[in-house]
Ligand binder design. Structure first.
Ligand SMILES: [Zn+2]
Ligand SMILES: [Zn+2]
Length: 184
């Protein structure tokens, strides 16, 4: 979705959108470490406000995201509930070198061509910004065994036990050779 600035009334404009995977897809990088997919449509509510030399876009993006756990790679759902407050400046007003000391870091700001706002791009950016650097399926995710690749949340791995240094190694080897316990 694109919105022309001259189509925004002086009083501002409210956008309420159901935003789905087809909108997101063009903005997901091929090597996306999150493997982000939307579980359902994202609820977008944005207030577009025209100010003397820039635009302010405020609101929220809410929904459920499907992500891959950084440690164990399994899929899980992550609740997105992110406030949006972006200042959009026309490109020609991009701060120059001498102005970079401006306190802009505290501000979520972006630039546009001064005429058309790429709303879909803005929403996609807000979603990715909301994600932590590393997402985990749970605080206590045990990840994968680096040797055999077993998901340690789902099953124990025998690598460590089979290690020659382990005092249990020999015992386990014997146990493995025994027939399954009868009458289970
Ligand atoms: Zn995990
Ligand atoms: Zn293992």
């Amino acid at each position: 979705m694109r919105i022309r600035v001259d189509e925004i009334p002086e009083a501002g404009r409210t956008l309420r959108l159901q935003w789905d995977d087809s909108h997101l897809a063009p903005y997901v990088p091929e090597d996306d470490p999150f493997q982000l997919k939307l579980v359902g449509p994202i609820q977008v509510e944005l207030e577009l406000q025209k100010l003397p030399d820039h635009l302010r876009i405020r609101g929220a993006v809410k929904g459920r995201l499907g992500l891959s756990c950084h440690r164990c790679l399994s899929r899980f759902e992550w609740l997105l509930d992110e406030p949006v407050d972006v200042f959009l400046f026309p490109e020609e007003q991009a701060p120059g070198e001498e102005e970079t000391e401006l306190d802009v870091e505290e501000l979520d700001y972006d630039f546009f061509d001064g005429e058309v706002i790429e709303i879909d791009q803005l929403i996609a950016e807000q979603i990715f910004l909301a994600l932590p650097f590393k997402v985990l399926c749970g605080e206590d995710c045990r990840g994968l065994c680096p040797r055999c690749g077993v998901n340690l949340n789902e099953e124990p791995c025998r690598c460590a036990a089979g290690d020659a240094k382990s005092p249990f190694a020999a015992l386990l080897k014997i146990k493995e050779r025994l027939p399954e316990a009868a009458g289970e």
